[in-house]
Design a binder for this molecule. Structure first.
Ligand code: ADP
Ligand code: ASP
Ligand code: MG
Length: 418
């Protein structure tokens, strides 16, 4: 007997037929004798609709009310799945975040989970074998008791947090792909599924644009040692052997568990970037602080930064990137601080994308990034900015070349299938 968390994303619960399919997956595990907590997302498209309604109602709205609206999508799915399971003769009940409760901080719309109370779930597992169907993405503000949500894609984080709280043997993330691939399989058909990936690599992959797992969920998994298994909800439940030791999917686990480590394991990309270049900035102490201080105060995340050494000792150019959604705000913030900074002109671009190459093996291999620069130049792709760290590097390029760059690097590092 094992204790499992099974999480199903939006596409997997898109309509009643798919919810029935999910219920059969759950029944399969229950019939095999396992204790099961299910975490569900809103049906595909529902959260987008709810977000759009909030925006249309008033562009500048109270985040607490936004949460009250967008948290409803998951409530519907949880209830429908519980009804479906009951209809199949499986003892089940739905739970909302506040009912357990799942306590969060007060950062409405992007709250962090502080504590999950899984006592009642465990009691019901042991006393009557009841399946818990939990609404993902939502929690309760610890101080005010109000409904919070965890940021887009947050049901992954709900699932991993619940798995840690009830000490689950595994947290299965059922989605519309059958695992984590070397890059987004929708963009590179030659991408390969990995059997295993280390938490650290998954964390980089997710934060650099691969949306298969929410970043925070991987962090939580790493801290609590939750074994996360990414797999497909579209496999037919009756085709899966419940006692199989390795069903198709990707295990996110400790680095030590991975025998054969590649130098490069994956490639991520993000088109949600914007570039700001400040021309002829005064080259003197305090200028970086004058630029990045106000951006930090405005809560704008700056990612890549490139500053030239000035030729004349007087002025230089400085380029940095921010999330595309913060582009206008970032521009406004810099323009407001113009007299304190001292510069000639501000240029901006939103048609840029960031391509990142990730691999733990980079720690012990030199020249990995240099190979990429050469390959991109051979394709005539200009690099606007570069950042590197221990296990990854990123380049900023024109958005039009995103797919070409990803495919080029994917083959360069030997990741193409067959
Ligand atoms: P869910 O609704 O189940 O949470 P998501 O849409 O959030 O699913 O995440 C799954 C999607 O992530 C896939 O359809 C795939 O296109 C995308 N994706 C991006 N990068 C990767 C990757 N490296 N491996 C697998 N999927 C990826
Ligand atoms: N429904 C939420 C979203 O679309 C949470 C999730 O699916 O994980 O972002
Ligand atoms: Mg998701």
């Amino acid at each position: 007997m094992a204790r499992l968390v099974m999480k199903f994303g939006g596409t997997s619960v898109a309509d009643l037929d798919r919810i029935r399919n999910v219920a059969r997956h759950v029944k399969r595990e229950v019939d095999a004798g396992h204790q099961v907590a299910v975490v569900v997302s809103a049906m595909a498209g529902v959260t987008n609709q709810l977000v759009a309604w909030c925006r249309d109602a008033a562009p500048l709205h109270d985040a607490r009310e936004y949460d009250a609206v967008v948290a409803t999508g998951e409530q519907v799915t949880a209830g429908l799945l519980a009804i479906t399971l009951e209809g199949m003769g499986v003892d089940a009940r739905s739970w909302q975040g506040w009912q357990l409760p799942i306590l969060t901080d007060g950062a409405h719309a992007s709250a962090r989970i502080l504590d999950v109370n899984g006592d009642e779930l465990v009691k019901r597992f042991t006393e009557r074998g009841q399946v818990a169907v939990i609404a993902g993405f939502q929690g309760m503000n610890k101080d005010t008791g109000r409904v919070t949500t965890l940021g887009r894609g947050g049901s992954d984080t709900s699932a991993v947090a619940i798995a840690a709280a009830i000490k689950a043997d595994r947290c299965d993330i059922y989605t519309d792909v059958d695992g984590v691939y070397t890059t987004d399989p929708r963009v590179v058909p030659k991408a390969q599924r990995m059997d295993k990936i280390a938490y650290e690599e998954m964390l980089e992959l997710a934060s650099l644009g691969a949306k298969v797992m929410q970043v925070r969920s991987v962090e939580l998994g790493m801290v609590h040692g939750v074994r996360i298994f990414v797999r497909s909800s579209f496999d037919k439940p009756e085709d899966i052997d419940p006692h199989s030791k390795n069903p198709p999917g990707t295990l996110i686990c400790d680095e030590a568990e991975i025998m054969e480590q590649q130098v490069v394991t994956g490639i991520a990309f993000s088109k949600d970037e914007a570039q700001i270049s400040i021309r002829r900035v005064q080259d003197k102490p305090g200028v970086a602080a004058a630029i990045f201080g106000p951006l930090a105060d405005a809560n704008i995340n700056v990612d890549m930064i490139v500053q030239n050494v000035s030729a004349d000792g007087a002025t230089t150019d400085l380029t940095f990137t921010v999330p595309a959604s913060d582009f206008d705000r970032a521009r406004g913030t810099i323009e407001k601080a113009k007299s304190a900074i001292g510069y000639e002109r501000l240029d901006g671009a939103t048609d840029v994308s960031k391509i990142s190459v990730i691999g733990i093996g980079m720690r012990s291999h030199a020249g990995v990034a240099a190979q990429a620069f050469k390959a991109l130049s051979e394709r005539n792709i200009n690099i606007r900015a570069i950042t590197t760290s221990e296990i990854k590097f990123s380049v900023l390029i024109d958005a039009a070349y995103t797919e070409l760059a990803v495919r080029t690097l994917h083959s360069l590092y030997g990741l193409d299938k067959g």
